[in-house]
Design a protein around this ligand. Sequence first.
Ligand SMILES: [Zn+2]
Length: 244
Amino acid sequence: MKWTVVGFWGGHPEVGEATSAYLLEEDGFKVLVDCGSGVLAQLPKYTSIASLDAVVLSHYHHDHIADVGPLQFAKHIEKYIGTPKGSLPIYAHQMEPDKFRSLTFDDATHGVPYNMGESIDIGPFTFTFMQTAHPVPCAAMRITSGKQTICFTADTSFIPELVPFAKDVDLLVAECSLYKDIDGEPMGHMNTLDVGRLASEARAKELLLTHLPHYGEHADLIEQTCSIYKGKLSLAKSGWNWEG
Ligand SMILES: [Zn+2]
C-alpha cells in the first residue's frame, strides 16, 4: 500500500499547502484520510477527485475537515460535467451527530458511521479505530492491507493505550504539534518527546512526523525525537510518500 502526504500542517495551511490529508492507495483503490483546509487544491497533484473511492475522517476540527464542503461541491458538479461515479462514502464517527449528518449532501456524498474500538473493511484495507485524548472525540487509525500496517495517530496527547495500538507497525504517522519544552497534555497534542516515546515503545519500523507547528525550526523536531526513537524518521512534506 502507498501513503502520500497531501497536507501536513496543524491548524491552518501555509501558502500553496494544506492541513491534514493523506492519500492511501492499494490496487487502484483510493482513500483520502482526513480532508483539511487547502486539500482540494492539492489533491489533483496526486489523483483526480473523481477517482476517490472513500474518505475517512478522524474528527471534526477544521484542520481535518475544512475541505469536505468543497469536496461535496466537486462531486456535485461532477454529475453535470464529468463522469459521475456515484455517491462518495465519507466514514466518520457519530459522536457529534450534527457534524456527521452534514457529511451527506444530495447524492454527491454520504456519511458512513464507524465506532471507536471497531474494525471495518474499506476496499482492500481494514481500519481499526481508537479514541484518542483530544478536546473533541477523535479517532486514531490502524490500517492493514496484506502484511503491511500503518498507524495514524490523528490528534492526541500521549496516552499509554496508543502503544499497543501502534505495536510493530511498518509506518507510524504521528502528530508532532509541539517542541519538547511544551507539555501537550492540556492541549490534546504530542510534543517531540511524546512521539519519540510512542514510536520507540511501539517498536514502529518507521516514523513520519506530521501535523507540524508554524513556529520554531522543524529540524529541531527531528533532533528531539531522535533522542528517543532510533528508527527511520522523516518529516512530513507535500508529496512525501511511503510504499510497503
Ligand atoms: Zn484536532
